[in-house]
Design a protein around this ligand. Structure first.
Ligand SMILES: NC(=O)C1=CN([C@@H]2O[C@H](COP(=O)(O)OP(=O)(O)OC[C@H]3O[C@@H](n4cnc5c(N)ncnc54)[C@H](OP(=O)(O)O)[C@@H]3O)[C@@H](O)[C@H]2O)C=CC1
Ligand SMILES: CC[C@](O)(C(C)=O)C(=O)O
Ligand SMILES: [Mg+2]
Ligand SMILES: [Mg+2]
Length: 348
């Protein structure tokens, strides 16, 4: 394991260089604001008239079209949705890429699965926060950061790693640590994690538990607290202290019940299916399915979104989060991030 911390990284690798962050969504907003606050010369590259154009301007960012940003930049950091990156790269970035430039990503998808081809005299790097964009910004403002991954696919200039690490430090990632990986490892593990555990697995687990309790006649609000709300508190314990720390904090009854029954839920069938999901990712089957879906303008994704919004747990959850003041608290946290940027705009 090779881990880099603040002391190992010199942002000088980006002195006199311009970083164009293409996209101002979840990651684009957090990363461009952090890099700008850390003293890097940052341009945000966007399509004119898109929803984020005005937002980035209001946040005090230097906004240009994607073509102009690519022309001016030494480092082009592509933070667009994965499914549209290849199209935008081909039309609006590739014509302006110069020898010695760096094309950078926060997910290896388009390079690993060969949707984007970059000239040999250009670096291909990755600096990937291991968490959502809002947390990249929030933890930076709190004076810390979330951990990140760094990978180099092509080192044309001999200092591609220094460039990628400097971006990571400016984003706040080397405070928690930046772990070295490859494009293949990051891409396949990230896709597996979000499908089987973090986003797919956990929502299905929560909803299955919630539905079991509600169908057995318990109050939906009690079922929501038990299967969803409390999950965060338990995961926080695991996050901070590992399984042992969590078991130590819960009752002996919970520890005995949990340890003796958990493999009836995540059983051999579930493990077999996890292996199948991983294999679909490795063989490019998932990627093909996703490419077809996005070319067809997301019919399945839109249908699944609609169905989930009609789930009882979503309705009960929304009501309870309001009643407990949790939605208000989350909104205040988001506004705090924006307020900092408004202040910055006024200063300029
Ligand atoms: N979301 C996350 O937390 C994480 C994401 N990543 C990776 O980071 C990258 C960015 O993901 P994420 O931040 O979620 O992306 P988002 O979906 O949040 O990106 C939205 C941005 O992309 C722009 N955009 C969308 N469609 C187009 C288009 N057709 N042409 C030009 N611009 C367009 C939007 O501009 P407009 O307003 O004009 O539509 C907006 O600025 C991906 O590679 C992802 O895998 C990695 C780790 C975590
Ligand atoms: C877990 C989802 C993620 O991989 C992430 C936030 O890291 C993503 O693609 O958004
Ligand atoms: Mg991820
Ligand atoms: Mg991901």
């Amino acid at each position: 394991m090779k881990m880099y911390y603040d002391k190992d990284v010199d942002v000088k690798a980006l002195a006199n260089k311009t970083v164009a962050v293409i996209g101002y969504g979840s990651q684009g907003m957090g990363q461009s604001q952090n890099m700008s606050d850390s003293g890097l010369k940052v341009i945000v590259g966007l399509r004119e008239g898109g929803a984020s154009w005005q937002k980035a301007k209001d946040d005090g960012m230097n906004v240009k079209t994607i073509e102009d940003a690519a022309k001016e930049a030494d480092v082009i950091h592509i933070l667009l949705p994965d499914e549209i990156q290849a199209d935008v790269y081909e039309k609006s970035i590739a014509p302006y890429v110069k020898p010695g430039n760096t094309i950078s990503f926060s997910h290896g998808y388009n390079i690993h699965f060969k949707y984007i081809k970059v000239p040999e005299d250009v670096n291909i790097t990755m600096i990937a926060p291991k968490g959502p964009g809002s947390m990249v910004r929030r933890t930076y403002l709190e004076g810390f950061g979330i951990p990140g991954l760094v990978a180099i696919e092509q080192d044309a200039t001999g200092d591609a790693l220094d460039v990628a690490l400097a971006m990571g430090k400016a984003c706040g990632l080397s405070k928690a640590g930046i772990l070295e990986t490859t494009f293949r490892e990051e891409t396949e593990t990230d896709l597996f994690g979000e499908q089987a555990i973090l986003c797919g697995g956990v929502t299905e687990l929560i909803n299955a538990g919630f539905t079991t309790l509600v169908e057995a006649g318990y109050q939906p609000e009690i079922a929501y607290f038990e299967t969803c709300h409390e999950l965060k508190l338990i995961v926080d314990l695991i996050y901070e202290k590992g399984f042992a720390g969590m078991w130590n904090d819960v009752s002996n009854t919970a520890e005995f019940g949990g340890l003796s029954r958990r493999d009836r839920i995540i059983n051999d069938d579930a493990k077999k299916e996890m292996k199948k999901i991983l294999s679909e990712i490795q063989k490019g089957k998932f990627t093909k399915e996703w490419a077809l879906e996005s070319t067809a303008k997301m019919p399945m994704l839109n249908r699944m979104r609609e169905l989930e919004s009609e789930e009882k747990i979503e309705k009960v959850g929304s009501k309870l989060r309001k009643a407990c003041g949790l939605e208000k608290k989350a909104k205040e946290k988001e506004e705090k991030v924006v307020v900092v940027n408004f202040d910055k705009t006024k200063k300029k």
